[in-house]
Design a protein around this ligand. Sequence first.
Ligand SMILES: Nc1ncnc2c1ncn2[C@@H]1O[C@H](COP(=O)(O)OP(=O)(O)OP(=O)(O)O)[C@@H](O)[C@H]1O
Ligand SMILES: Cc1ncc(CO)c(N)n1
Length: 505
Amino acid sequence: MGSELVTALPPVPRVLSIAGTDPTGGAGIQADLKSIAANGGYGMAVVTALVAQNTHGVRSVHVPPASFLAEQLEAVSDDVAIDAVKIGMLGTREVVDTVRGWLERTDPPAVVLDPVMVATSGDRLLDASAEQALRDLLSLADVVTPNIPELAILAGEGVAADWSAVLAQAARVSERHGVIVLAKGGHLAGDDVPDALVDATGGAVSVSEYPGARIHASNTHGTGCSLSSALATRYARSKDWGGAVAESKRWLAESIREGADLGVGSGRGPVSHFAGLWARGGLDTRPLPGEVEADWWEHIRGVRESIDELPFVRGLGDGTLGREAFVWYLAQDALYLRDYSRVLAIASRLAPTTAEQAFWAQAAHGAIAAELQLHESWISEDDLRDVRPGATTTAYLDHLLAAGARGDYAVLIAALLPCFWLYHDVGTRLHPLSHDAHPYRSWLDTYADVAFETSTRRAVELVMAAASEADPARRSSMRQAFRRSAEFEHAFFAAPLREEGTPRD
Ligand SMILES: Nc1ncnc2c1ncn2[C@@H]1O[C@H](COP(=O)(O)OP(=O)(O)OP(=O)(O)O)[C@@H](O)[C@H]1O
Ligand SMILES: Cc1ncc(CO)c(N)n1
């Protein structure tokens, strides 16, 4: 039932990065894992090379035996269904060949190849002798994401002088190798950093441009790694390269912008992969419905204990309560239930699912039908006409009607809950005192009833599911509205012996 409130999210794509390391976490496989997670994927990582580098540059590279790389790749693909692969630093010809063999055997559904050759710092990350092997790998990728100098090497030409030359070069690479090229303009001089998806795989050339404004920041270490991982992840979700580029670029721009003051290293720093998520989602974990339930119940422990101690409630249980106080209470309760029913109907109107709509509508009906029946056996409709609502009745109803008028469903149902939950609680604890000759037997039987228990459980369930789903601010408003209603329940039970004899408006 709680699941009705959960917004359905598509399944999480399983994305494998095959790349080298950056122990400072801004580039390479460490950046890939952050980028995959930030873009909604489950990240996996097979290391091609261990790179001793930081925000200033590369110090040394250690390439483990290719046989061990093959073992890592197989350990993943023997076990996990892979939705997309991002390939980064390959380093040597042997590594390229090993990855090629694995790609041919496993044929993953989407492959993004970032042809890493030179780090942002200018250090080589691919042996010159491996360049041809890398070109030969292009046909096994869906998209290749070269920066301008890398594109020139893939094309076997000089570095393009301007953006239109970049696009023409990208089209030649795309056609020759049967791969879509995401040409990146990060290395252009000037304030524009356009990217373009260039697809000449079918003969005709199609070019989709994604304009971008240069962010004047020095924290651009690992932008290429992060972009290609984001692209693989977003594509695995949407199966749309164009949309995936647009979304990845928006995410990267936000991450560059927010990364300026991360304070990582004194060179070219990393982007802040999760900055957008942190800003919008915060760090709070979501409480489970059962945890909210326990917390709220504890939160009103004092209120519950005071209810049990009220002379009215004690007298109701042991039958010593005076009839006049009881009838006064029932008349107030009858007035209360009429409007409570109307507020339940508002909850029905605001409910996000038909199941909830039906539940609150049924409760609205129950409040006037079954409960008024109980009241009518003690007090006639005529007598009720002369009864004025007491101060507590009015205040409690104003609180509920205001919640209804504000129109926040979650807060409203939290405000409605104590009327179910506390009555059921008090009712079940007083019920053992009921006996055939008990003066208030019909009252004691009503609230310990199985049907009332069922609707109370369902109301608790709906409110707790909504609270578990809510963001922290709304959850806190719900808790406050709930507590306020619980306090009114206490005041309502206290009123007959306090307000009785005082001017009743
Ligand atoms: N200063 C910037 N402002 C906005 N976007 C940028 C900036 N620098 C790079 N980008 C974007 O980052 C992505 C990577 O671009 P770039 O051409 O720098 O790739 P790269 O050289 O492979 O990256 P790396 O620095 O990781 O080697 C592109 O989408 C580019 O538009
Ligand atoms: C491991 C690795 N891959 C890619 C890059 C490119 O930024 C880097 N610096 N390090």
